[in-house]
Design a binder for this molecule. Structure first.
Ligand code: CA
Length: 222
């Protein structure tokens, strides 16, 4: 996979590049936000440092999100919860805390790959719930003629809930399906992705909280 690394710190960038290479992926490193905007199309996943010399990382994230559905993982300083939440709200799919652990970085990249490559031949290609149409092949969701601009994670979340319409999906099931080896930190991220998905759906009550258990969408959307 071609991995775009947007990082101005040389030592950090070298470590990330080495890790990406060791997993058999192909890194390309840029240190400025403007360069990331120029080359992002040639990559399948983006690692984005939020502290860049030429523009605010969150601003860059929003700009990237307007032009690409490519999975974006943000890199943040330890315990910078505010940046994590703002980043996820601005369209990041996941985040990594610096110093980034090699095993965690690779697991996250693999989770992203697995999700992006999903949709085997045995799977039904589209899920229709009332006005909502979730196209699993093209990874596009629409309500009537309104196409939703979802991040990769929001799409996966919606597809998972829609696929299990009529049943409760527990938080553990969601974390496991979306983040694989379920890093505990992702629980908070799930809440942010859920909030983002709900605001884009604009269907109040579509995703039902089942208190203390998980979430459900109704199979019978009339
Ligand atoms: Ca930086």
């Amino acid at each position: 996979m071609r991995v775009l690394i947007v990082e101005d710190d040389d030592a950090m960038a070298s470590a990330l590049e080495a890790a990406v290479v060791s997993a058999g992926h192909k890194p390309h490193r840029v240190s400025r936000g403007a360069d990331a905007l120029l080359v992002h199309r040639e990559h399948e996943v983006i690692l984005l440092d939020l502290g860049l010399p030429d523009m605010d990382g969150l601003e860059l994230l929003r700009k990237l999100r307007q032009v690409t559905g490519c999975p974006i993982l943000i890199l943040t300083a330890r315990d910078d919860e505010r940046s994590v939440v703002l980043g996820l709200r601005s369209g990041a799919d996941d985040y990594l805390v610096k110093p980034v652990k090699l095993v965690e970085l690779l697991a996250r990249i693999e989770a992203v790959t697995r999700r992006a490559g999903r949709g085997g031949p045995e799977r039904s290609h589209s899920i229709v719930l009332g006005e909502l149409d979730v196209d699993l092949d093209r990874r596009v969701a629409a309500i009537g003629s309104r196409v939703l601009s979802l991040t990769a994670t929001e799409f996966d979340l919606l597809a998972l809930l829609a696929r299990n319409a009529g049943s409760v999906v527990t938080r553990e099931q969601i974390l496991d399906a979306l983040w694989g080896d379920a890093f505990l930190a992702s629980s908070r991220a799930l809440d942010v992705h859920l909030t983002g998905l709900r605001s884009k759906l604009q269907l109040p009550g579509f995703i039902i909280n089942v208190r203390g258990v998980g979430y459900r969408v109704e199979a019978d959307q009339t």
